[in-house]
Design a protein. Structure first.
Lengths: 333, 333
């Protein structure tokens, strides 16, 4: 490993994936791409936290069904979410009989799980790995910001936490491989606006993307798409500007899961979607479908996370961020 | 990997470790064993959360100094704590230039970091790995239970969150090796008493210990010590009873970090110590010193964690728990 970058000797493939979303995500441009949705965002549960856990349970179940395996065939489960003490995952995945590693990378957790799972596969530690993440608009709002009932006004740079979950099974024999990844370093550029996560996270995505191109000698044009997790409109513009100053031009092939998931004109989500479930739902459905159908052949996915909590904001701290990268490809590499 | 158990093909060793504690821990039976302490538990910081982060910073710095390396020589950092969104680690380790993987395993995180780090080393993914965890009595009390100022009465089975941090550097060339580990499965036996974490966690330790002995054909007598993270007096009794029913007798060589760290007669800590920092501080100081001096030669360390949060308790959920195991040995295995 050099500077967080690793080229895997024995790259795993994605055997299956499954996505699960709420009503707003279903109404968005990618609505038809998701595997499961709940009209009332409750998933038949009586608290938002239980609803979020239920999404993880459904997503992993769906991914296992597609891979035609049961839980005892998965060696290890890597999971996380945004809730305090990661209870979305610990409760959601409790019914499965799988060794469990809890991760916390905020909204970067989907990429972190895929990167770590790929490393464990390549190192011969595990043969089949589950990676699951989620977020829920209603559980996140009351935990990080205000209870929904308060009806707080949102600022133009604020993002909308995606109600969604995505599960992946890694192993041998799938079409889409993960041959490389970059484990990111945390970075704090002094942003203190809890309603501008894009600005807090963009410099960390710059750092990780720069590491990748420095270590590999690849250039952005080598990829069909360079997709970030949830920088939104604000953060994506900052990312492209900052990378351009480093002579890395991703303007033509950059996409952001937080931008793709909602329609800007008909769904008023300000700077776009965010959350652990944003990239998990978009990558596990839309992007993998595009890779499997041949519309995309080589993609860099960079999960972006902001590592503050509500208390550190009250105490006047700025927002550290982290970004992890995985390459998703159907090419022989 | 079978049932979470893995025998590592290329076991790492512990190159160095460093411990950092508060005043109560310094006064306890292991006081002289710890490397650094703060008389007022503040570590020169103005909030308890910053004090906790500072402990992680100091612990990793101390471990790097002992290993005679700097941060750019560490491939990857595995860290976690009990605070919401793991801010103890994300803020505490921000100043180091190391790729960062955030973990959440509650009080099992020290063992989880050592197990995962050992797996990444053995798999050829990373050559030098940092593993850091912490907890702080004052930040934990107000987050999980009551603000200190409230002066809440504690029940007899309640445990005292240890103010402490422990850092480890894994790599090649140390005396104490990690040849085997077990990644635990989460387990919920229906305990709903937030003040009896020992009872919630003990069955999960039973499950992990049983997996180890089943997969290896070892017996408890093969080890000088079988040490759990923070079951305390209550949980340790339950553990020994439950294991005895499985014909696994660990009564003579079982120890618990939560029992060792405070004096029962002179320090009124009810059922003992707990927290991410409890096992991290005890293993990184006392246990490693005993292994390095030859007083101990072969130890099983089982980190025990409870995966609830304050809200899941209010919503009437029971407490899921998880235990991860690492073998620490100076023997050739």
């Amino acid at each position: 490993m050099t500077n967080g970058y690793i080229r895997l000797k024995n790259p795993p493939s994605i055997l299956s994936s499954y996505s699960c979303v709420g009503s707003e995500e279903k109404k968005g441009p990618l609505g038809d791409r998701f595997d499961y949705y709940s009209d009332d965002n409750r998933f038949n549960k009586d608290t938002w936290e239980k609803s979020e856990s239920e999404m993880q349970k459904i997503a992993l179940f769906g991914a296992m069904q597609r891979a035609k395996i049961n839980d005892t065939e998965i060696d290890i489960l890597l999971a996380g979410d945004l809730l305090n003490q990661c209870v979305g995952s610990s409760f959601g995945l409790l019914s499965y009989d799988i060794p469990y590693v809890g991760l916390y990378g905020a909204c970067s957790t989907c990429a972190l799980g895929l990167a770590l799972g790929s490393a464990l596969y390549s190192g011969g530690i595990a043969e089949k790995i589950g990676a699951v993440t989620s977020s829920h608009y209603c559980s996140s709002e009351r935990q990080f910001r205000f209870p929904l009932e308060y009806g707080g006004q949102r600022t133009p740079t604020s993002q909308w936490t995606v109600t969604g979950s995505g599960a992946f099974i890694l192993g041998d024999g799938g079409n889409v491989k993960i041959p490389e990844c970059v484990f990111g370093k945390s970075l704090d550029m002094g942003i203190k606006d809890i309603n501008n996560m894009g600005a807090a996270m963009a410099p960390s995505a710059v750092q990780t993307i720069k590491s990748y191109f420095t270590e590999t000698q690849h250039s952005p044009a080598d990829f069909d798409m360079i997709i970030t997790g949830d920088l939104g409109y604000e953060g994506s513009d900052i990312l492209k500007d900052l990378l351009l100053k480093e002579n890395i031009d991703i303007r033509s092939n950059h996409r952001d899961c937080g931008i793709l998931i909602y329609d800007r004109d008909t769904q008023d989500k300000h700077s776009g979607g965010s959350g652990c479930g944003c990239s998990a739902a978009v990558i596990s459905s839309h992007i993998l479908k595009e890779l499997n159908s041949g519309n995309l052949r080589d993609v860099l996915f960079i999960g972006t996370g902001a590592l503050m909590n509500a208390l550190t904001m009250c105490q006047g701290n700025s927002i550290p961020a982290i970004s992890h990268l995985v390459r998703l490809t159907v090419k022989e590499v």
